[in-house]
Design a protein around this ligand. Sequence first.
Ligand SMILES: [Zn+2]
Length: 387
Amino acid sequence: MAIKPTETEPAALLKCLQQRRPAMVETLRQMVELESPSDDKPAVDRLGEFLAEQFATAGGQPKFHRQSERGNHLQVDFPGVNSQRPVMLLGHFDTVWALGTLSKMPWRVAQGRAWGPGSYDMKSGITLMLHALTALRELRGRLARPVTVLLNTDEEVGSHTSRPTIEKLARESAAVLIMEPSAGLKGAVKTARKGVGEYCLKVTGVPAHAGISPQEGASAIRELAHQIVNISEFTDLKRGISVNAGVIEGGTRSNVVAAEASALIDVRIARVRDAAYIDKKLHAVRPVNRKCRLQLTGAINRLPMERTEGVAALYGKACEAAARIHWKLEEASTGGASDGNFTAALGVPTLDGLGGVGEGAHAFNESVIIEELPRRAALIAMLIEAA
Ligand SMILES: [Zn+2]
């Protein structure tokens, strides 16, 4: 296959990154040992400072988007030789793990894997982008085109404070590469993700003594039970829709007809057009017992990342790049959402799941396969030039 003059020789790139493998493991260790739960701003900011230094050393210009509650989001701009639109590399450095998790789940290297909280989701992804950029610079001096890195701190809690910045930078970019973990142990990239909504259904009933005057009451719990069965039937797996009441709450004592009850409801949709459909259906529910009142709050937060032509074309480029280092790259879809949902919904070609290969996201067996790191970093480097 002919190599365009702006492209770096794939074999040289892979070799350079294979030599960097110990350095990648070291970067990952440093990141994992700087714990960064989404809700602990000082801890997240410590890791942010570390990352700003690392990316500056790699030739970027770091700048923080300061936050009062969440950790500061980190943007790093890399200039390019030509004036093509930038490629955006997107990742998050918050984790779901509370401070102190390291004492039960310490960083370690064993069985060919790196273990520890956040190793897979997604400190390995940030490690890959850092070393991909470093390798490109080592081999070429300057990047062929501009690159915008955005590392946010609130992905695990819905990206509410980073979303405007993500969307602004995505609109300015030719493509967005998401460093979330890959799918399965073969390391497939993700070309489709379901959209997610979170709703709360609150029922207000009429309280009464359960023994003396039950007829005067209207049980919010009984009403909620009806409604949960009702809305669960909106699930249509063929159409990619699922509705799940995952948390329920209500009542005070067993001898009181409950005055209040509520449910937290998770909604997943595979198609953008189903967002309005399911939202309307949820808002149309009416009480079975007229003495009860229903109140629904919430919305679809992340629209689905659909496998559009733009997404498919970007995946095609990734497959071509992978083939140059003798690797048959696979694709997958998932019911989980990421910040890729935001960028894809804007119509910007997005490829997700470019991060580490491993397993155990949000689980005690969280780990990444070390041997996979070099070729994945090489793929990211090649995509920076080809996307
Ligand atoms: Zn993640």
